[in-house]
Design a protein around this ligand. Structure first.
Ligand code: FAD
Length: 278
């Protein structure tokens, strides 16, 4: 398997609604196979078009680091989850939330159509580690990641999943092991109850059996990191918390300011975890 030549450009083949606020964008073509030749899950870095200049892609220098001839291109990069990847059909699905605020990705989504092209800077990232009991918690933006993690769990896995969404219409049918309980939290115009519900969740008495994964707004992630690490006493190797967005800040600004609240010492990629169907 050879490393892909990055950046590359993916073309939209199909767009379909998943729920009122969630849209599946399917990319297809040989470029998907190029992307899949490298480290490609769980996350993908997408470049959205500049409103005037179109796609602004960086050039890799001799060491492979990206140089941006047009610096504003860097502000148009966003992180998404590879919801499904089929090498057999050369298809890659990303599920986009229309979060209702301004933003290059949200605005692109509102008028996206087959034939549109997005740049790809690369992929990869961390996911869960093997455990006996899992706590997964997140909002809509983390729902594609949670759905993909659940599909990859062994059939005998157990745990609890808490998903914070706008209302009942955002609920999806998720495939998950019988021993994993999924609970939907509906905001219905109110505040998120995700952090409070995680705090109230009963965890196994033997904490060494637990792995906790959280993807949500920055403040929730910070609060839950304090809770899980300091109050519950989980080791860094037993948790992975990532800020999926920051209220009032673009993702590029959030990354520059706080690297999405990542702690590089948390978790590590789980060998064998894969989003591929072929
Ligand atoms: C590892 C990772 C994986 C991700 N996977 C997905 C995914 O599969 N699907 C998905 O939809 N998102 C996903 N996200 C979140 C997505 O990258 C952010 O929501 C991103 O900010 C959207 O870019 P934008 O250009 O629309 O808005 P930005 O320009 O980044 O932000 C503009 C404004 O919108 C607000 N905003 C951004 N996101 C949200 C939100 N979710 N809810 C409410 N307000 C928001 C910001 O606070 C800001 O005020 C992921 C993030 C990470 C870090």
């Amino acid at each position: 398997m050879s490393a892909p030549r990055l950046p590359l450009v993916l073309q939209v083949a199909d767009i379909r609604p998943v729920t009122p606020r969630m849209t599946c964008v399917r990319f297809a073509g040989t470029e998907v196979l190029d992307y899949a030749a490298g480290s490609c899950v769980p996350n993908i870095k997408l470049c959205f078009p500049h409103p005037v200049h179109g796609l602004l892609l960086p050039d890799p220098d001799v060491s492979g680091r990206y140089q941006w001839p047009e610096p504003e291109g860097r502000q148009l990069v966003r992180t998404y989850t590879v919801r499904r990847l089929s090498r057999e059909n050369a298809e890659l699905d990303v599920h986009f939330v229309d979060h209702g605020d301004d933003g290059v990705a949200a605005e692109w989504l509102r008028s996206a159509a087959p034939g549109d092209r997005l740049g790809v800077l690369g992929g990869g990232g961390k996911s869960i580690r093997p455990a006996q009991w899992y706590l997964l918690a997140g909002d809509e933006s983390a729902l594609p990641a949670i759905a993909a993690i659940l599909e990859d769990l062994p059939a005998d896995a157990s745990g609890r999943v808490l998903i914070d969404v706008a209302d009942e219409h955002e609920r999806q049918d998720l495939r998950h092991p019988a021993g994993v309980e999924v609970e939907w939290l509906y905001r219905r115009g109110g505040a998120s109850r995700l952090a409070d519900t995680v705090r109230a969740a009963v965890l196994p008495a033997d904490r060494s059996t637990v792995f906790a994964w959280v993807g949500a707004e920055s403040a929730t992630v910070r609060e839950l990191r304090r809770y899980l690490r300091t109050e519950v006493g989980l080791d860094r190797s037993q948790v992975l918390l990532i800020g999926y967005w920051h209220r009032g800040m673009s993702e590029s600004a959030y990354k520059a300011a706080a690297d999405n609240d990542r702690d590089p010492a948390e978790s590590s990629s789980r060998p064998g975890i894969s989003r591929t169907t072929a």
